[in-house]
Write a protein that binds this ligand. Structure first.
Ligand code: DC
Length: 217
C-alpha cells in the first residue's frame, strides 16, 4: 500500500508522515530529503544552481539511502555518509528548490522513489507524490496550514536544530520556496483531485495523525 502525503513547506507533513508510517509499520520515505542530499552534493562540489548540466551528471551517479531507525527517526545517507543534519542547513534550504526544478533531476529522483516504494508498504511525503510519483496511491493527503503558522513552525524547528536565524529569514525563505515549488514547469506543487485536504493550522500533530488514520482505516 502506498500513502502519498503532499503539501507546502512547513505544513507539518514530514512529521505526520513519519509518525503515521511508524504506527502502520510502513517504510517512511522523505522525498524532500533526497532533493536536499543532492543539493548538498552539488554545493560540496561547488556547482552553482544554474549549472544544470553538471547537476544532472551528479544526480545520475548519486546514491541516496533512507534508513528508518527503530526510534522512528530517519537517517539520510549520501554516498555512504550520514548527512541527516547537514541537509537541514540554511544554505541547502536556499538552493534546494532550484535543484528540484530541473527536469532530469526530477526524472532520476522519481525513478528512485518508485523503486523504493515498490518494495514495501510505505508513506511518502513530498510535493508531487499523489500527482506524479504514485498517481495510483491508495490514499492521498494534502497537508496545508496558514502561511503564518508554517513560518512559526519552521522557525521553531530550525531554532531547535541550533540554527542562527530570524523569523523574517524563515518568512522570506518559505515564500520564495512556495513560489518556486508551485510555479515550476515540471511537477509543480498541486493537490491531486482525489487527495484528502487537511488544514493543520489549529490541529496538534496527534490530531492530524488520528484524522489520517481514520481515513486509512
Ligand atoms: O520538504 P522539504 O522542505 O525538505 O523539501 C525540500 C525541497 O525539495 C522543496 O523546496 C521542494 C523540493 N521537493 C520537490 O520538489 N518534490 C518533492 N517530492 C519533495 C521536495
Amino acid at each position: 500500500m502506498i500513502i502519498a502525503v503532499d503539501g507546502p513547506s512547513g505544513a507539518g507533513k514530514s512529521t505526520v508522515a513519519r509518525i503515521l508510517a511508524k504506527k502502520l509499520g510502513f517504510l517512511y520515505i522523505d522525498t524532500g530529503a533526497m532533493y536536499r542530499a543532492l543539493t548538498l552534493k552539488a554545493l560540496e562540489n561547488k556547482i552553482p544552481a544554474g549549472d544544470e548540466k553538471r547537476i544532472n551528471e551528479l544526480a545520475a551517479g548519486v546514491r541516496i539511502d533512507l534508513r528508518n531507525n527503530c526510534d522512528g527517526s530517519l537517517s539520510v545517507i549520501l554516498d555512504g555518509r550520514d548527512v541527516s543534519l547537514d541537509i537541514r542547513q540554511a544554505r541547502i534550504t536556499r538552493f534546494v528548490s532550484d535543484v528540484a526544478k530541473i527536469k532530469e533531476v526530477r526524472e532520476i529522483m522519481v525513478r528512485m522513489q518508485r523503486e523504493l516504494g515498490q518494495k514495501k508498504d510505505c508513506v511518502l511525503d513530498g510535493r508531487d507524490i499523489g500527482t506524479v510519483v504514485f498517481p495510483d496511491a491508495q490514499k492521498k493527503f494534502f497537508i496545508d496550514a496558514a502561511p503564518q503558522v508554517r513560518v512559526q513552525r519552521r522557525f521553531k524547528e530550525l531554532k531547535g536544530l541550533g540554527q542562527d536565524i530570524t523569523l523574517s529569514d524563515v518568512e522570506k525563505d518559505l515564500s520564495n520556496r512556495d513560489k518556486i515549488d508551485s510555479t515550476r514547469q515540471i511537477s509543480p506543487l498541486r493537490r491531486a483531485e482525489d487527495a484528502i485536504y487537511i488544514d493543520t493550522s489549529d490541529l496538534s500533530i496527534e490530531q492530524v495523525v488520528d484524522k489520517m488514520l481514520g481515513f486509512i482505516r
